[in-house]
Design a protein around this ligand. Structure first.
Ligand SMILES: Nc1nc2c(ncn2[C@@H]2O[C@H](COP(=O)(O)OP(=O)(O)OP(=O)(O)O)[C@@H](O)[C@H]2O)c(=O)[nH]1
Length: 337
């Protein structure tokens, strides 16, 4: 077994009596997003290897420490485990390593993504984070955008407001709107300012969580098994089995939640279509009624006109006859000269 793992397993004892000011941060996100560079920016030293590469640079989870004001900062950098398609052995090994390095649980997960490049790969990485740490981990997650210089002095809030990337908006909403941006090439005062901004955001998050770090059944398992009588190899084996089960369960929860939201969207569409059909039918009936009433009115009018015309046709000759008779009578009475 890896000596490191022995050490990490043993280190959870330390984890329990960690200083109150210790802040554990896990960097997550797709490969090349700038996780290692962000870790270096926070620690203000070259703790993790970070350079432009066509291949994944970080091969395994690693931990580095530094400080910010009175806080001891522990950062765990992760490899490309959030983009691997399948649940392979290497994924479980890295997830286990990440758990052991962050015991008794991270205060913050920094979901790193490049500004303006939130792609389907980033979405998959966010799903994988939920699979490994559980859905509730989103409550301790901050979205950290790298390449802040691309904002060209504009504000991140405005950028998000104007963004039409629905998946990104959904992620930010799931993270309680906690966002921050880093230019990992910044130095000196600029670097300090952006780290301060992140630390303030973390302080707000911790206040919201009463200072508690994130935990789940797996972290509890690591802490509990410290008291067990079985050897470390056995403990690690058992832990990995629990981790595999946990991830499978999370995966099916996520799939179920997706299926449910799809079902809900389908039902909503059906209801919308039914409502539209009903509205159209009502409008059709209303217009037919109006048409019918107009026809009836028109018929009535026509009938009355005809009636009037007939009456006139009957009265006029009668009157003419009376008039002609009167004229004839008058003519007869007049004596001829
Ligand atoms: N201009 C600029 N470049 C950045 C920034 N952040 C990271 N980079 C560059 O992006 C490249 C990848 O950064 P990494 O920190 O290695 O990314 P990663 O996510 O750790 O990648 P893997 O270790 O391979 O998983 C490096 O060349 C960094 O210098 C940034 O804010 N601005």
């Amino acid at each position: 077994m890896d000596q490191n793992e022995h050490n990490h397993w043993g280190s959870h004892a330390k984890g329990q009596c960690t200083s109150r000011s210790e802040l554990r941060i896990i960097l997550v996100g797709k490969t090349g997003a700038g996780k290692s560079a962000a870790g270096n920016s926070i620690l203000r030293k070259q703790a993790f290897e970070s350079k432009l590469s066509s291949r994944t640079l970080t091969k395994t989870c690693s931990k580095s420490q530094g400080s910010w004001e009175d806080r001891e900062i522990v950062i765990i950098d992760t490899p490309d485990m959030f983009s691997w398609k399948d649940h392979c052995e290497a994924l479980y090994t890295e997830a286990q390593r990440c758990y052991l390095l962050s015991v008794p649980g991270p205060h913050v997960l920094l979901l790193v993504t490049q500004l303006g490049r939130y792609t389907s790969q980033d979405q998959e990485a966010a799903q994988r984070v939920k699979e490994i740490f559980g859905e509730d981990a989103m409550g301790h997650t901050i979205v950290l955008f790298t390449h802040k210089e691309d904002l060209s002095g504009g504000s991140l809030i405005d950028y998000m407001r104007n963004s039409d990337n629905k998946a990104l908006s959904k992620l930010v909403a799931a993270c309680g709107g906690r966002i921050c941006a880093f230019n990992n090439r910044a130095e000196g005062r600029n670097q300090d300012d952006q780290v301060k901004e992140l630390m303030d955001l973390i302080e707000d998050l911790l206040m919201e969580k009463n200072g508690d770090h994130y935990t789940n059944g797996l972290y509890s398992l690591i802490l509990r098994s410290k008291c067990g009588s079985v050897g470390s190899d056995q403990k690690l084996k058992e832990f990995k089995e629990s981790l595999i089960k946990y991830m499978e369960t999370q995966r099916s929860y996520i799939a179920l939640a997706e299926a449910n939201s799809l079902k809900r969207a389908l039902i909503k569409t059906q209801l919308c279509v039914l409502f539209c059909i009903q509205l159209c039918l009502r409008l059709l009936i209303l217009s037919l009624c109006i048409l019918h009433s107009m026809c009836t009115l028109f018929c009535c009018l026509l009938f009355s006109m005809c009636n009037l015309l007939c009456s006139l046709l009957f009265i006029i000759p009668k009157k003419l006859m009376i008039f002609s008779r009167t004229v004839i009578r008058l003519e007869r009475r007049t004596p001829r000269l």
